[in-house]
Design a protein around this ligand. Structure first.
Ligand code: GLP
Length: 240
């Protein structure tokens, strides 16, 4: 694992985007695993700039996303589909038909099965971008006695609802469930790019730096198992 400590959010975003850009330059048909949340916004801005500057081309790039809220329409500005359109898909020449997020299609059970099938067909990604929750969650895999390998419906923990309420008018508006890739799915990539920025990630980053245990109660600890993982953090996340 390579741990890169950056001065600030901008430097972290630049470093992350350089890694993704290089992967796309090397393989114009790159398969990306994408993440939402405030952390990767700067990385997407840099990727859009690289595209506008003619450095990278998304024409043949395809993508899958980690997760999506349950019970939220894809046109709702709080949906992760909306986020991806806004921050990347609408700003580059990616073919939207080659971009995929978990979505409700039939019952929840059927939707989960469909996303698992899609992930299986999509195959291994060249890179998977991951953020972490303040409690160390990965995608929406919350700390628990057991973690899912594959797609599932997750009941969000109170602390996650709290953390994500900043994007909603009120805490009551935050969905209580999400559909999320499991841990095996989330790690099915040649390269993992784990990003953490800001004070509210310090507890998780510090715990990761000081533990030598893999714990389901701390999903982030599993990134230590990946053979090609970058953990890119800013000073605030690293030092508190
Ligand atoms: C959300 C998402 C995660 C994301 C994390 C951090 O709940 N499900 O995929 O990595 O929490 O979000 P943020 O970057 O906004 O802090």
């Amino acid at each position: 694992m390579e741990i890169i400590v950056c001065d600030d959010y901008d430097q972290m975003s630049k470093k992350a985007s350089e890694i993704v850009s290089d992967i796309i330059k090397e393989n114009p048909k790159a398969k990306l695993g994408l993440a939402t949340g405030s952390t990767p916004v700067g990385m997407y801005e840099n990727l859009v700039k690289d595209y506008e500057d003619g450095k990278i081309d998304f024409k043949e790039v395809s993508s899958v996303n980690l997760d999506e809220y349950v019970g939220i329409d894809k046109d709702n500005p709080q949906s992760y589909q909306y986020f991806m359109n806004e921050h990347l898909f609408d700003k580059v020449n990616i073919n939207k038909e080659n971009t995929h997020l978990p979505k409700e299609d039939g019952s929840l059970e059927e939707s989960v099965k469909k996303y698992d099938k899609l992930l299986e067909e999509f195959g291994q990604r060249d890179v998977q971008v991951l953020g972490i929750g303040p409690n160390g969650h990965i995608a929406f895999n919350e700390p628990d006695d057991k973690l899912n390998m594959h797609t599932s419906i997750i009941n969000l923990k109170e602390e996650t609802i709290e953390a994500n309420s900043r994007f909603f008018d009120s805490k009551e508006d935050v969905p209580k469930q999400a559909m999320s890739m499991g841990m095996a799915d989330a790690f099915n990539a040649k390269t993992l790019l784990v990003l953490a920025s800001g004070k509210n990630k310090h507890k998780a980053v510090e715990k990761f730096m000081h533990t030598d245990k893999i714990e389901t109660m701390f999903p982030m600890s599993f990134i230590a198992l990946h053979p090609n993982c970058y953990l890119i953090v800013d000073k605030q996340a690293y030092e508190g």
